[in-house]
Design a protein. Structure first.
Length: 111
């Protein structure tokens, strides 16, 4: 009974984080902040749901595969997000109007 409650909490936490990511996708002002919000939430969401699968199945092969999934997710998501942001910057995607400094070009925006 306690195991099912923990699994439900983990799954609903993951679903809630996905909801927050979708809200962030529509509410954030530019592509860079949108990407940041979605990347962080999705990484954590998938981690929670995979962890709930580990608890549910409670077998070594599932735990090993789940750990591998989480490891790959933690390694690939930040890299892909960085590359997408860099490509958006190279294609001159507009920055939010309240952005103070553009660190990739080391330019300060005029206020």
């Amino acid at each position: 009974m306690m195991t099912e409650i923990i699994i439900l909490i983990l799954i609903f936490s993951g679903v809630f984080l996905m909801f927050i990511a979708s809200v962030g996708l529509f509410k954030m002002p530019d592509i860079y902040t949108r990407m940041s919000a979605v990347t962080k939430a999705v990484t954590f969401k998938v981690g929670l749901i995979v962890l709930s699968a580990c608890i549910y199945f409670d077998s070594f092969p599932v735990i090993l595969k789940s750990g591998f999934i989480i490891l790959l997710l933690l390694l690939t998501t930040p890299v892909s997000s960085h590359l997408l942001g860099k490509e958006a910057h190279e294609r001159s995607a507009p920055l939010w109007r309240k952005t103070i400094i553009d660190e990739l070009t080391n330019r300060r925006k005029n206020k």
